[in-house]
Design a protein around this ligand. Sequence first.
Ligand code: BEZ
Ligand code: FE
Length: 659
Amino acid sequence: MRSFVRTVGPSRVLFGAGTLQQVRAEAERLGGTRVLLLSGPSLRKHADRVRAALGDLLVAEFDGAAMHTPVEVTARALAVLHEQRADCLVALGGGSTTGLAKALALRTDLPQVILPTTYAGSEVTPVLGETAKGEKVTRSSPAILPETVVYDVELTLDLPVAMSVTSGVNALAHAVEALYSPDADPVTDAIALEAVSAIARALPALGDDPSDLEARADLLRAAWLAGTCLGTVGMGLHHKLCHTLGGSFGLPHAETHTVVLPHAMAYNAPAAPEAMARIAAALGVPEAPGGVFDLIRAAGGPTSLRELGMAEGDLDRAAELAASKPYPNPRELTRDGIAGLLREAWEGRRPTGAPAPAAAAAAPDLSALTGEVVASFDNCPDPRAKELLTDLVRTLHGYAVRNDVTQAEWQRAIGFLTEAGHITSDTRQEFILLSDTLGVSSVVDALSNSRTPGTTPSAVLGPFYVPGPPAAEHGSDIALGLAGTPLWSDVRITDPQGAPVAGAVVDVWQSDADGFYDIQLPDLDGPVLRARFHTDDDGRVTFWSILPSPYPIPDDGPVGRMLEAVGRHPYRAAHLHFLIKAPGYRPLTTQLFVKGGAYLDGPPGQRDTVFGVKEELVTEFAPRTGPTPDGRPVEGEWRLLEFAFRIARTVPTDPTETA
Ligand code: BEZ
Ligand code: FE
């Protein structure tokens, strides 16, 4: 299980084209009556528009922000701020101007509205790096986090391609380091991967047409996403190295990020193989460090510290400095290791990692073919179908390319699916088994259900649900005399606050003591161990059945052979299925697992084979002897299951609401 803590700062973000016009409203929203505008001399045209938009709210300006936020510059801006009694900061520019706004906010607690013109991402972090006496000191505080960020894509249109590349790679570095950070969580992972693939798409597109507004929007959105990663998780080797090189050797910030990133990744790759594989997949390349190097080189970005003006003689001292303070990083940091990395970066060598560029170059460029197939959906009238098909094609083409799939392998895959089709019938669903055993069902389940806090988690439906099960009375025995340890289930359905839900429809189904569902047993006469109940006024349902046991999913077909081929068992942990529906509530499909049973925990591949177990669903099926709740005579042991399901209300407009 992956544990995590996630804290997100309270920033407000406006994103679009022309959003600059809202800067006055945003400053006023923060209580601003006297604005100090921070900008740079190169942004005169945009600054004029900001001035016009701010109108008489603007009382002072400062345009002297410098790289790495030197404290002397901050002191000068602070004097202007006090002199003009400013009560709100508006910053138009890149990382340096944002840095100055943050440094001023830290000292005065004034609110900030940031209008980024580059892809730095620092506007959404509570982190400030200041330089004093040649050393960069980084600190984090809620006062540093800008209150409002106005992303106006039009502000980035003039950013020269070279700066767009280095700034975009700066954002890429945030996403990459987030993916192997020990503080990462599933949300950060998803955001970071989205940022990586958007950057991989946008950089080549900008090379073709620097005024491509969609590519600019992709890059700006990626910068924001990557910036939020930077704000929620700690950064590792790459960022520390860049701070050292910038703060102590005066190297330019974004260019340094661009050169160092592939080498920092190559250093960390052996200790973070999973993150690297996900990055490679998001980039659509065989391996991540080399892929990032190639992306930068193709976009015309700098690839060596030498070309940034770093003296060869400084390499050792830089390695010494970077290794001197401990910080979290996936791979152990040694002075020699960092020195080697810096040497490679200084020389500008492509990081070595399989496969070599020659092999990559040998693969044909199939982007035109992929583009043509994607374009064939242009007239699809259903936008969602178009979106899903487009990404499916991109993913499948990327999969084939990244793995250099052979004709024979693809033929085998088609044979597998053909067999899955042949074995599928009204009572056997091989495609559900495939989706379940690859974890896709659990992914879709997690995306579409279990999202309301305080409600019972969902679990996969599985292939053995039969719609419209036989109605049963409370207290009846749905095992119809089948052998097994008697089980008395006493379950309640409540709303998220614990109030009973009366009249809810509760379908239950389970396997017999040998692990078979009735529809798998042709000799059985009618449905067994499946029933439909309605809750009483107390939201309750009670019934007898038998204790479920672990069972193998049907493994005599292609999915079973796949499990065997990869050394996986076919077993599910023992469970009881529930499908609960009530008007005004979201349907809940879930399972309760027998606590203490097999396949609930252990290493991956030894747990429940369909990845269905969730901790909150593992329940006591308590052993009992003696009198039973309804007085039914039972000899020997019987089990007691008591559970309260909390189901989520539907929002009035929710399309999943059932009558
Ligand atoms: C089940 O629990 O019924 C089940 C779920 C997924 C695959 C096979 C069986
Ligand atoms: Fe089941």
